[in-house]
Design a protein around this ligand. Structure first.
Ligand SMILES: C[S@@+](CC[C@H](N)C(=O)[O-])C[C@H]1O[C@@H](n2cnc3c(N)ncnc32)[C@H](O)[C@@H]1O
Ligand SMILES: [Zn+2]
Length: 285
């Protein structure tokens, strides 16, 4: 790894924090594949396994997966989805309708994010990296979080060495981001919010994504997308339910989505031009 990417690696590492108490973490060099990051507050040692810091909140580590794909405690439902996402990596990557949808979706998303070569970005819920290379190519540094370790490994494997040197992948929960506040010039989260299992969890995810975003005065800009509820998708479809493997979903009307984000995001623009989802960009309130 070249000298500039080592210093970027340290810059990205310095943005990590304990998901339970927000204290800085020390230990791992950001380069070796195995290690530990230890919290200076609670003392918990978070493992780094195969290059991925595992920064899940304690309560999530302890929750059993919910049985039967539905209901149960929020963390149990998340554990259920984590297991399903781990198992469905190959299926997600070979989903032809999603690949076709990506053709207009990724340029539109890039337009809303307005990436620039000097920015630091967070991708919340990067999945298998469908969009990650497009982001990494346009920014100075990128942290990608997801709670599916197998998805993160798939995303990492898709990057060229040059792009991989700019990106830190971290296993984390969107509702308990292991990141310092006001740290990122850009925050993006695409096709993730609709999978948070409760209204309360969706609200906390938006609160967390905006907590780590730079203020409006410092140029912070956030873009996100979520499943849309409205014609023609509402004809014969389900507003909420579970996909295969117990993955929860919730389709929002614009009124529901704008109410959800309003306490945290001043929306500048939104579109449902691609029908399937709403895409919006805005600033921290
Ligand atoms: C439909 S995929 C979208 C992935 C990627 N953004 C894309 O557009 O292809 C949703 C992703 O969100 C992740 N996810 C869902 N809930 C999460 C949570 N609470 N914390 C972290 N990741 C979560 C899932 O593991 C999955 O990878
Ligand atoms: Zn701690």
């Amino acid at each position: 790894m070249t000298a500039p990417s080592v210093s970027l690696r340290h810059e990205l590492l310095d943005l990590l924090a304990c998901p339970d108490d927000g204290t800085s973490l020390n230990g791992w060099d950001g380069i070796t594949e195995q290690g530990f990051l230890t919290c200076g507050g609670c003392g918990r040692a978070y493992p780094v396994i195969d290059g991925l810091p595992r920064l899940l909140p304690q309560a999530m580590e302890e929750a059993p997966p919910s049985i039967g794909g539905g209901g149960g405690h929020e963390f149990a439902q998340k554990r259920q989805e984590m297991a399903a996402r781990d198992a469905q990596v190959a299926m997600y990557d070979s989903n032809l309708p999603l690949r076709l949808f990506s053709l207009p979706e990724i340029p539109l998303t890039l337009h809303y994010l307005w990436l620039e070569p000097d920015v630091l970005m967070l991708e919340g819920g990067c999945g298998t990296g469908r969009m990650t290379a497009a982001f990494a190519a346009r920014v100075r540094g990128l942290i990608c979080i997801d709670f599916s370790a197998a998805s993160l490994q798939a995303a990492r494997a898709k990057l060229s060495p040059e792009l991989a040197a700019k990106v830190l992948f971290v296993q984390a929960d969107l509702c308990h981001l292991p990141l310092l506040s006001d740290a990122f010039d850009r925050v993006g989260s695409f096709q993730v919010l609709e999978h948070l299992p409760t209204a309360d969890a969706r609200e906390r995810a938006v609160a967390e994504l905006t907590r780590v975003l730079q203020a409006r005065a410092r140029g912070g800009r956030l873009a996100l997308s979520a499943y849309r509820w409205g014609p023609p998708l509402s004809w014969g479809a389900q507003k909420e339910g579970h996909h295969e493997g117990g993955i929860p979903f919730f389709r929002s009307t614009w009124t529901e989505l704008s109410r959800l984000v309003a306490p945290h995001i001043a929306v500048e623009q939104h579109t449902c031009a691609l029908l399937y989802h709403y895409l919006l960009w805005g600033r921290k309130v």
